[in-house]
Ligand binder design. Structure first.
Ligand SMILES: [Mn+2]
Length: 265
């Protein structure tokens, strides 16, 4: 009955396979929680996604920015980027079935003792409201109007939470904060997209999202990925497990009950 969280796989199926054998992953009783960015940049996105779909009874994944980009490519809303590696996947015979699995993934998954999200939880909003917006997001992703919806969530704005945001804009802010956030501006807590480096090099006017005082409703440990330059990171409030597998570093599994960390190169 083990529970493991695994960091950003980004199409590195060989490393995932090695990590699963390292942890003796047992399909009949263990559960894997993937923190998103299953695909892109690596060469085996199709294999990763097929594995996740085929093991869906034991796999819970949240969506990362690359997963949403994959949906946008599938829906022909985005042109290929020069460094994207999704061609095999988008041409696969079973692409519709794979995308149906992806469309079932939320932005935020909540366990009794953990919150799982790709980039982070915006610290200044009632968590129950973020869960409500997450629910609306999931409904839109499963609706007939998915193309219109995915198109509407692209773009940097709004990058701040204000009382007057429409529900549509609140959902867009949720997507940006859950899938792209690293630093917030000290003055007004708006999302900063410009700086992606580690904590030693950060400009003085920015604070990592997890060092800002949290809203009292955010009271479980947050497992996140997305931030390879941060590396393995843990404090009382969160644990970051994107250890940069796609950049030649390790892929990390975190045992959510024993707190053991297992890594493969
Ligand atoms: Mn990411």
């Amino acid at each position: 009955m083990a529970r493991y969280a695994i960091g950003d796989i980004q199409g590195c199926f060989n490393q995932l396979s090695r990590l699963l054998s390292q942890i003796n992953f047992n399909k009949s009783k263990d559960t894997l929680y993937l923190v998103g960015d299953l695909v892109n940049r690596g060469s085996q996105s199709l294999e990763v996604l097929r594995w996740a779909r085929d093991n869906q009874d034991n796999v819970i994944s949240v969506l990362g920015n690359h997963d949403i980009y994959m949906l946008a490519r599938y829906l022909k809303l985005q042109k290929p980027h020069s460094d994207d590696t999704l061609q095999d996947l988008l041409r696969a015979d079973d692409v519709d079935d794979l995308m149906m699995w992806v469309r079932n993934c939320p932005l935020i998954h909540e366990e009794k003792d953990y919150i799982i999200v790709h980039a982070g939880i915006y610290p200044k909003v009632d968590f129950n409201h973020l869960l409500f917006l997450n629910h609306l997001f999931c409904e839109h992703l499963m609706s007939k109007n998915i193309s219109e919806f995915v198109d509407s969530i692209y773009g940097n704005k709004p990058n701040n939470w204000t009382q007057d945001l429409t529900t549509e804009k609140q959902i867009k802010f949720l997507v940006n904060s859950c899938t792209r956030m690293r630093y917030l501006n000290n003055k007004n807590y708006e999302l900063d997209y410009s700086f992606k480096g580690n904590l030693n090099k950060k400009p003085d006017d920015l604070t990592p999202w997890f060092d800002v005082d949290f809203h009292a409703t955010i009271n479980k440990k947050i497992i996140f990925g997305h931030w390879a330059s941060l590396g393995l990171f843990e404090n009382k409030k969160c644990i970051g497990i994107d250890t940069g597998c796609i950049w030649g570093y390790k892929l990390t599994a975190f045992n959510m009950d024993t707190f053991e960390l297992i890594q493969v190169l």
